[in-house]
Write a protein that binds this ligand. Structure first.
Ligand SMILES: [Zn+2]
Length: 332
């Protein structure tokens, strides 16, 4: 695991203090991590969401297939789109669910790589800060979960966005759930500041591929459907800054939806364990290319000019592929 630490250099958080007409506001740049691409300039990784159930609901079977595909593709890392531990996140940084649902499940050799994770709404129902704790990295050095951050992987830059605080319902209609909003004093200020940070980061990026990862879907025909707050607030930033892919979990399915106003492809990988919900929202099927209600995961293969994305079921069968090329854009 020492090798991972060498490959994985954290740059310090830089605070920019600006004085505007409305007074002083503080905007922090997103924390950045460097992850080198392969020697031939390519990059590959797996994307998984909505998984931690101590192996149940086919979590272990999905993990087994990830190990096989991970080896075949010689993956560089794994991305988790959140809802990492069910039902209510971790109770503390000492919660044994961390090892029972993560360390002891994703045991394949090919999966002993860095994992980059965001928090989902279920993670916020437990001790959200526990998942951010450096102590977890001591228990399993693969683990890295932060609220929002950037991974610079040379040909690709991946922008991880904490989407749970965008969703008004979690503040106003909490039903029987308690959310851990420590660190988020004001929803409005938190979201507004985060949007500024994301906009700055994607605008300044010169990476060939710009990928944004969040827990909640911008577009989905699954159980939860589209997330209006993200359509209104986050999507315009992605459209204006040539983002290629938005990847998310939350709906326990696999899906691929195209955007009608930009080249952005919306990719859902939230099928890491419990799936087969059976209720498909027919409200907005615009741009729908692929939807699968069952368990599985996604792989991403990038070269400076080409991207290949594949969706797999619990048996490792490829259900859908998306191929896109950058050269096409440069000639237009
Ligand atoms: Zn969720």
């Amino acid at each position: 695991m020492a090798v991972l630490h060498n490959k994985f250099i954290s740059l310090h958080l830089l605070f920019l203090i600006s004085i505007g007409y409305g007074g002083v506001f503080i905007s922090a740049e997103l924390q950045r991590f460097q992850h080198p691409a392969k020697d031939d300039g390519s990059l590959s990784f797996l994307v998984l969401g909505d998984w931690g159930r101590r192996g149940a609901f086919n979590q272990s079977q999905v993990a087994f297939q990830m190990g096989k595909i991970g080896e075949k593709l010689d993956i560089d890392f794994v991305v988790s789109t959140g809802d990492n531990f069910y039902d209510n996140g971790l109770t503390s940084e000492h919660d044994t669910a961390f090892e029972e649902s993560f360390t002891k499940i994703y045991t394949a050799k090919s999966l002993q790589k860095q994992w980059y994770s965001v928090l989902g709404n279920h993670d916020y129902r437990g001790d959200a800060e526990a998942q951010l704790s450096p102590l977890l990295r001591k228990i399993d050095s693969r683990w890295l979960c932060l609220r929002s951050f950037v991974v610079n992987a040379e040909l690709a830059e991946i922008f991880f966005v904490d989407t749970t605080p965008f969703v008004g319902m979690y503040f106003s209609e909490t039903e029987d759930h308690t959310y851990d909003w420590r660190g988020i004093n004001s929803q409005k200020a938190y979201v507004s500041n985060l949007l500024k940070e994301v906009e700055l980061a994607v605008r300044e990026s010169s990476a060939k591929w710009k990928i944004v990862v969040g827990h909640h879907a911008i577009r989905s025909v699954g159980h939860h459907g589209d997330t209006q707050e993200l359509i209104d607030q986050l999507l315009p930033i992605l459209q204006a800054n040539n983002v290629d892919f938005y990847m998310n979990g939350h709906d326990h399915c696999l899906e691929h939806i195209g955007d009608s106003n930009s080249p952005i492809q919306f990719l859902t990988s939230g099928a890491g364990s419990k799936a087969w919900r059976g209720d498909i929202k027919g409200l907005n099927k615009k741009g729908l290319n692929f939807f699968y209600d069952g368990q599985g995961f996604m792989s991403v293969n990038l070269t400076p000019t080409d991207a290949e994305i594949a969706f797999y079921d619990v048996f490792g069968n490829v259900l859908h592929r998306l191929n896109t090329s950058k050269q096409l854009h440069s000639f237009i």
